[in-house]
Design a protein around this ligand. Structure first.
Ligand code: SF4
Length: 55
């Protein structure tokens, strides 16, 4: 989780608000970007994106 947090921080130039509001649901780290276990809503959002993309 710490490595993911650091990666997201780097990706968003250290802007915590940007990490929270990240719109890139295709990113494999998206569900974990908040440093906690994904909520059922987060997991469903990712499944919806992947289903839409045929992955
Ligand atoms: S989840 Fe968002 S902020 Fe984190 S690495 Fe992926 S694109 Fe960047």
């Amino acid at each position: 989780m710490e490595a993911i947090r650091l990666k997201c921080r780097d990706c968003c130039a250290g802007q915590v608000k940007e990490i929270r509001e990240c719109p890139i649901r295709e990113c494999s780290l998206w569900e974990y970007r908040l440093g906690r276990r994904p909520t059922p809503e987060d997991s469903q959002a990712v499944r919806n994106v992947r289903m839409h993309e045929g992955k």
